[in-house]
Design a protein around this ligand. Structure first.
Ligand SMILES: [Zn+2]
Length: 504
């Protein structure tokens, strides 16, 4: 078979013997737009079409993301679309996931009802896994769009960041970290009380990145929720800005996103396997991000407490984290604390799926590489969120709730507020968010020295600090439970990951 390269461009699919101009009902497919992906369409019958995902640019191994439009339909035209060339075999389609659809008169994305979706090994396609779905076009003037998951394009990010800039918030700064291979922006946001940026005191930094894998669109929604919370008037956000410097790189692979790739950059690199030695010409966005992290790590004035890289997961449910295994037991146990706190704040977060590993296929990931490079006090995680849904354990039986855009953003907001819990637990922040009012970073930090005028505040601060210590100790003891669990759970998860990766 011919390799599939390039996207279909207003491609009219007509019966093989048909000549002449397409008639109404001869479907016209298009994927020549930002983040679009559809490589080929084969006419099977009037009612059935085989669809081929266009592989990632310069890397035919990855074929998962699709995003295309269909027009020139007849009202009440019924069709079956077969997506026949997925590169993965395990899929959430087996657990009820379905493709997204919207149309020009109904611009909100919804999932195709999953009773119309089938996922099976197909003898007609070399026993490949095929996802088939039945669909009825109801309005002949509408343009219909189908996608693997909620699209989130480079332009959408740029528009969002432009809107943020127009707010002229003194605690939000947008900078250009570098340009991508195709000259797109690698943006970095700094969110903190401006007092923190010109002080001699040591700054604690939380560094978050997303979208190194371009098809993992939910990671952008999580990241946007995270940013929205941190710049909000929420009292927790204010306290966090007063004490912590947040650095956010919302789209590590802008070219891959623009091109409609699933996993790779323009040149076909899986960037999350190149953190060890990023090249300034082949992986400029990684190169710039890693250098900044190392610079902050070696700078006396900054302390990188967290590095979290946000991804989406194509086979597991819920939100969950991956962390590293360290020889140092203390470090290993300390890093179990944050996922546990996040779990307490987010219904959709699963400690069961959370795992710590050091298998070789994950070498070169941001989490793994930076875990070895940065200061031993830095916690490095991957935050994963399901492309499909989360299970809650409310009541007797678990129910799968499909994620909405809002659901993904909520996970980001919950991650943001978990930092307050963490820093209270560690004793670094002792302010109560509701009582503090005008307490800012400066007055809080100097309160310990200011014994005369601020005695009562100082006492309450130290009280809560020691309470915090107790809680911290308790969390540390409890976190051993996670460790024991990962010892037994991990091999299975590792094997599954490995299998998928090799099969690709
Ligand atoms: Zn990923």
């Amino acid at each position: 078979e011919e390799p599939v390269v390039g996207n279909v461009n207003k491609f009219a699919v007509v019966p093989p013997s048909y000549t002449g101009r397409p008639k109404k009902g001869h479907l016209i497919f298009d994927a020549c737009f930002e983040s679009g992906n559809l490589g080929r369409v084969d006419y099977i019958t009037e009612y059935e079409y085989d669809l081929f995902i266009r592989p990632d640019t310069c890397n035919p191994r990855f074929r998962v993301w699709f995003n295309f439009t269909v027009e020139n339909v007849k009202a009440d035209q019924r069709v079956v679309f077969n997506v026949v060339n997925f590169s993965k075999t395990k899929s959430l389609y087996r657990d009820g996931m379905s493709p997204m659809v919207k149309s020009s008169s109904r611009p909100k994305w919804v999932r195709v009802p999953n009773k119309h979706v089938y996922y099976y090994r197909c003898p007609d396609h070399r026993k490949n896994y095929v996802m088939s779905f039945a669909f009825c076009f109801d309005r002949d003037t509408d343009v219909y769009q189908f996608a693997y998951c909620y699209p989130y394009s480079y332009t959408r990010l740029q528009n969002y960041l432009d809107q943020l800039e127009k707010k002229h918030l003194d605690y939000l700064q947008r900078d250009l970290l570098c340009l991508s291979v195709q000259q797109r922006r690698l943006d970095i946001l700094t969110i903190t009380n401006p007092v923190n940026l010109d002080t001699e005191e040591r700054q604690k930094v939380v560094f978050v990145t997303a979208r190194v894998h371009p098809g993992e669109t939910p990671s952008s929604l999580v990241c946007q929720g995270f940013i929205d919370f941190l710049i909000s008037n929420h009292p927790v956000a204010k306290v966090l800005r007063d004490h912590i410097v947040f650095k956010v790189v919302p789209m590590l692979n802008p070219d891959g996103v623009y091109l409609g790739n699933y996993r790779c950059s323009l040149m076909g690199f899986d960037l999350n396997r190149h953190w060890q030695e990023p090249s300034p010409w082949a992986h400029p966005t990684l190169y710039a991000t890693k250098n900044l992290l190392i610079e902050m790590d070696t700078n006396e004035k900054t302390e990188v407490d967290f590095y979290i890289d946000v991804h989406a997961h194509s086979t597991l449910m819920n939100g969950f984290m991956y962390g590293n295994i360290y020889e140092d037991m203390g470090r290993f146990e300390r890093q179990a604390v944050f996922p546990k706190l996040l779990c307490a704040n987010a219904d959709d977060f699963s400690l069961g799926n959370t795992a710590f590993n050091r298998d070789s296929v994950k070498a070169g990931t941001g989490r793994r590489t930076l875990g070895g490079v940065l200061d031993e006090n830095t916690h490095c995680y991957t935050l994963e969120v399901s492309f499909y849904s989360y299970l809650t354990n409310s009541g007797t039986s678990a129910v799968a709730l499909p994620y909405t855009e809002e659901g993904y953003m909520k996970l980001g907001r919950n991650m943001a507020r978990t930092f307050l819990d963490y820093y209270k637990l560690s004793g670094f922040i002792s302010t109560k968010p509701n009582s503090g009012g005008g307490v800012n970073a400066k007055s809080h930090r100097t309160s310990a020295k200011d014994t005369k005028s601020n005695h009562s505040q100082q006492r309450s601060a130290s009280d809560s600090m020691s309470r915090g210590d107790d809680r911290y100790d308790r969390m540390m003891r409890e976190s051993r439970v996670i460790y024991d669990k990962t010892q037994t759970d991990n091999p299975a998860i590792r094997m599954r990951d490995k299998d998928n990766y090799r099969r690709n």
